[in-house]
Design a protein around this ligand. Sequence first.
Ligand code: C5P
Length: 253
Amino acid sequence: MNVRKGTEVARGKTKILYESLDDARQLVVRQGDAITAGDGARRDVIVGKGRLAALTTSRIFRLLNKRGLPTHYLGGGEDEDENEMLVLRCEMIPLEVVVRGVVAGSFAKRNPDLRRGATLSPRVVEFFLKDDEHHDPMISREDIVARGIATQQEIERMEGLALETFGVLEDAWRRRDVLLVDLKVEFGRSGERREVLLADVIDNDSWRIWPHGREEEMLDKQIYRNLEQRNEEALGRVKRAYEEVAAAVADFD
Ligand code: C5P
C-alpha cells in the first residue's frame, strides 16, 4: 500500500492510527504485536501478531464489504507492507457491540442458570461502554440515548449490522466446521451524513471460535486469557492458533 502517513491521531492497546497525507477523509491503521487482556492488565508481545491481525482484519472487512455491509475498510493490510490498512476516518461511537449465538464468557457468568455452550435463539445483542478504567461496563439502550452516546435510530442500525455481520461470519466459519460463539464489533460515523459504519478491527481478538463446536479446541484470544503461565512455549501456542485462524480466514469468500 502506497499511502503517506502523517501524524499519529490515536492509539489503542494493539494498534496505532495515523493521518493519511493524501486524503484528510482517510486514516491508516497499523496493527502491532501486542496482545492484551483484562483491560490491559495482562500484556505480552508476540512477534508477528500484528501481521496476522492485519491479514485477518483486512480479509474479514473485504468479505463484509462484498456482502454489502458498510465498513470503514478501503484497502491494504494484506500485502507484505507494514500491517497497515487504509480506512475511512470516522467519529468512533464508544461502545462495544457484542452478538452472542452461544452461551459463553461474561454472559455465562451473568446467567448461571443457562448451560455453557447452549445455543441462543434468537441471538443476543449487548452493548458495553468503552471505559477501561471501569472495565467496559454493560450499558442499556436507554442509558446510551440518555447519555447522548448514540440515538435510538443509531442503536437499531448498529444492532442490525452487528447481527448481519455475525450471520456472515458464522456461515463462513460453519463451512470449516468451526462454531462462531460470539463476536464484538465497533462502529463509527462517517462523512457529512454521519453514516454508521463497521469500524475498528475484526480479528482473532474479537470473537470466540470453537472448532467442531468444542470449547476445548478454541482458537481465539481466550487461549491467551486462560494462560496460567505466559512463557515462550505458551505464547508460541497462542501464535500458532492466530496463524491457523489467519490461514483459514484467507480463504473466506
Ligand atoms: O467477555 P465477553 O463474554 O463479554 O466477550 C464477548 C465477546 O466480545 C468475545 O468474543 C470477546 O472476545 C469479545 N470482547 C472483545 N473485547 C472486549 C471484551 C470482549 O473483543 N473488551
